[in-house]
Design a protein around this ligand. Structure first.
Ligand code: CTP
Length: 405
């Protein structure tokens, strides 16, 4: 999913403390700049042992700060000036030693000094720990991580996997693209904080035989964008996806299914434990009555085989009929008369909100136009990228949740 200009207007102080993950920070600067942010790099002396300020200056297009005695600032207070301009301070990599310094409130180099001097309520601090797994697992580091969280710091990662030292475990710095996505998410309003959101997405695949099946042109992009937007808004998100080739948005729990029946069987037992259910999946209405065990062969008669079809369960309607249903949002993909069809569908499925779109025009596209239909009337969300629309829709759902509970 594109993250283009998602950080437009944001000024980020990117701090590097010492660690081999510093090599990834160069890529991170590019990611942040690509997303529209201005990036001011600040390095500790240890970070300079791993990567040069020259590289980071070239990528950020700004001189790098490395010392609290930097005479370039007219007032000679780089720590004050840098932290007053920033929308956030991101330390990546954050070494075990640097975390310990933050916990103690020490300020003997420019980076720790500016972290201490930043106005806490205006300038949030995010850190991406990066260290050997034993260092990360050490009770001292775990204690420091807990204390940093308690002090209002956001910890991004660390990830698990191969480490530069040759060991395998927790402590890897998140990849630059993941850090950029986390930072973008951080700035989104937390309109669904604490809510549990369940989303279906993509097409279903109804097998005819082991090599053939019936499916449709849904790409899953809208559902995946909604999963990302809901998670960005602070929700705990579960995504049940039909066969699609899309990466799982960060922080989202995903279950993959093939058929409508499997989607139904995955969704129904957990729907009651969610606050919101959004059905974006283009579920096949019918499936072959029986999937052949072996490939159907031509029989030489020239007549195609007759495939008997049966109707699939309606997942959305079934969830809406639960004794204590979550707030249900349906999608209506139509090829004509969008408003009338969406209104009728809302009543037929017994859901408070239907989101209409003109299916064939939007399948697989990055843009969409949505029509919201609820008991009060209808409203169009004008054409925009699917992630932008997803964020708007999350806002609309959050508003309706407030009044429905
Ligand atoms: N839906 C579902 N389970 C199904 C069919 C649809 O959960 N078996 C959901 C979709 O995810 C969507 C909404 O119901 O949120 C509308 O789906 P759509 O296929 O457009 O509606 P249908 O009820 O199938 O009506 P029609 O085919 O007549 O347009």
């Amino acid at each position: 999913m594109s993250t283009s200009l998602e950080l437009q207007g944001k000024h980020i102080v990117l701090g590097l403390s010492g660690g081999i993950a510093c090599y990834k920070s160069a890529e991170l600067v590019r990611e942040l700049v690509k997303a529209g942010a201005t990036v001011q790099v600040v390095m500790t002396e240890a970070a300079e042992a791993f990567i040069t300020a020259v590289t980071l200056q070239a990528l950020s297009n700004r001189p790098v700060y490395t010392s609290q005695w930097d005479a370039r600032e007219p007032n000679n207070m780089a720590h004050i000036n840098l932290s007053r301009e920033a929308d956030a301070v991101l330390i990546a990599p954050a070494s075990a030693d640097f975390m310990a310094k933050l916990v103690q409130g020490r300020a003997d180099d420019l980076l720790s000094l500016l972290c201490l001097a930043r106005p806490i309520e205006r300038c949030p601090l995010l850190i991406a720990p990066a260290m050997n797994r034993e260092m990360w697992a050490h009770p001292a580091t775990q204690r420091n991580a807990a204390q940093l969280r308690a002090d209002g710091t956001t910890l991004l990662g660390p990830d698990a996997g191969d480490q530069a030292c040759g060991e395998i475990g927790d402590g890897r710095m998140l990849e630059p693209a993941d850090l950029a996505e986390e930072l973008i998410a951080f700035f989104q309003p937390k309109r669904l904080a604490g809510q549990r959101v369940l989303i279906t997405a993509g097409p279903t695949f109804e097998a005819i035989d082991p090599v053939r099946g019936i499916t449709n042109r849904s790409s899953g992009k809208m559902g995946f964008a909604l999963a990302r937007a809901a998670r960005e808004a602070g929700a705990q998100v579960t995504l049940v996806a039909g066969p699609v080739a899309l990466p799982t948005p960060r922080g989202v729990m995903r279950t993959d299914v093939q058929s409508a029946q499997q989607m139904h069987d995955a969704v129904l037992p957990m729907a009651g434990a969610h606050d919101v259910f959004i059905a974006t999946a283009a579920v096949a209405d019918w499936r072959p009555a029986a999937a052949h065990e072996h490939k159907i062969k031509k029989d030489g008669s020239g007549r195609p085989p007759a495939i008997e079809m049966v109707e699939n369960p309606d997942i959305l309607a079934a969830v809406a009929r639960l004794p204590k249903p979550p707030y249900c949002v349906g999608f209506a993909a139509e090829s004509q008369d969008l408003l009338a069809h969406a209104q009728a569908k809302r009543l037929r499925k017994g859901v408070p909100l239907i989101v209409g779109n003109l299916g064939p025009a939007t399948f697989g596209q990055d843009d969409n136009t949505l029509l919201l239909v609820d008991e009060h009337g209808h409203r169009e969300l004008p054409t925009a990228g699917k992630l932008a629309l997803a964020r708007e829709l999350v806002g609309e759902i959050a508003e309706r949740l407030k009044t429905s509970t």
